[in-house]
Design a protein around this ligand. Structure first.
Ligand code: SF4
Ligand code: SF4
Length: 302
């Protein structure tokens, strides 16, 4: 067992997305990208942070009274959190009965998480499932993932990593021997557009992807499709050609949704794509056909 610690913000059991079979998904905090469409904004900051849901808040003021740092001021619209002085201690959440104020992210040891993962071992065996680590970018906490995967390997529980690829090569070197599947996002092939959409260059991401493929990793490329931002015919053909050049035969499309948009205000942030509409079904079919016509099998996930 391992005392290595990581910051986790969610665990989802019995998932049928994010890898084959029935899976447990462990969500780790921290991401080097700032994708405009991110549906898990609470994952981006590596440290635990406070969220406040004004729809649940009854404006009782208990959170402000409990905060030892005086980081919360009560106003007629409810509590206002000064995030500059909040130290994410979580004291303010202790007497919030409607659970309007929450601490997102908690330090856990590998052993604690593995005990949860192992509970569903029999479902993994029956369905071909296993553990997927996600985020955020789980490899920002690569030592935690490495330890967790070692325990899985010892018990022959299959492992998958959902990654944006923007981590040092050494992180992939560490986990490659312990990983059965890499779910690897490509958001945009054009570097300048990639920077505008995600705040980082795609060079390291593409270089890591090609390294993984060259070193025999099992990789499934996934594409978040964001209407008008990365889904033109030209964008799709550029991805398809790159995937072909790597010798990969399959991709997954992830059409845009705005399920995470409500979380931004809970973190005192703004969702920049609030005007964006989802794709017409035909557009997703057309994109699907671009890949299939180039000999790449193409599936959707919701
Ligand atoms: S304790 Fe909860 S319900 Fe009361 S003001 Fe604070 S956030 Fe709102
Ligand atoms: S997390 Fe701690 S410091 Fe931050 S607002 Fe709550 S009680 Fe105050």
């Amino acid at each position: 067992m391992s005392e290595q610690k990581g910051v986790i913000f969610n665990i989802q059991r019995y998932s049928i997305d994010d890898g084959p079979g029935i899976r447990t998904i462990v969500f780790l905090k921290g991401c080097p990208l700032r994708c405009l469409w991110c549906c898990n904004p609470e994952s981006q900051n590596l440290k635990p942070e406070i969220s406040h849901n004004s729809n649940l808040c009854v404006k009782c003021g208990r959170c402000a009274m409990r905060c030892p740092n005086k980081a919360i001021t009560m106003t007629e619209n409810g509590p206002v959190i000064n995030r500059e002085i909040c130290v994410s201690c979580g004291t303010c959440t202790e007497e919030c009965y409607p659970q309007a104020i929450k601490l997102i992210g908690e330090e856990k040891t590998v052993s604690e998480i593995y005990r949860i993962v192992k509970k569903d071992e029999m479902f993994y065996r029956a369905s071909g499932g296993g553990l997927t680590v996600s985020g955020g970018e789980p490899l920002m906490q690569v030592d935690f993932v490495e330890e967790l995967f070692r325990l899985c390997r010892a018990d022959r529980i299959p492992t998958a990593v959902e990654t944006c690829g923007m981590v040092p090569r050494s992180s992939f070197e560490k986990i490659l021997p312990l990983t059965d599947l890499f779910l690897y996002d490509i958001k945009q092939m054009d570097d300048e557009k990639h920077r505008k959409l995600t705040a980082v260059s795609n060079r390291q991401i593409l270089s890591n992807l090609s390294w993984l493929v060259r070193h025999g990793a099992n990789v499934l490329v996934r594409l978040p499709l964001i209407p008008g931002l990365n889904d033109s015919d030209e964008d799709m053909k550029a991805v398809a050609e790159y995937v072909q050049s790597l010798g990969l035969k399959r991709v997954e499309l992830m059409p845009y949704h705005d399920y995470g948009s409500g979380k931004y205000s809970q973190l005192d942030r703004e969702y920049e794509l609030s005007e964006l509409k989802r794709h017409e079904e035909q557009r997703v079919v057309d994109i699907h056909n671009i890949f299939e016509n180039m000999g790449i099998k193409c599936d959707y996930i919701k």
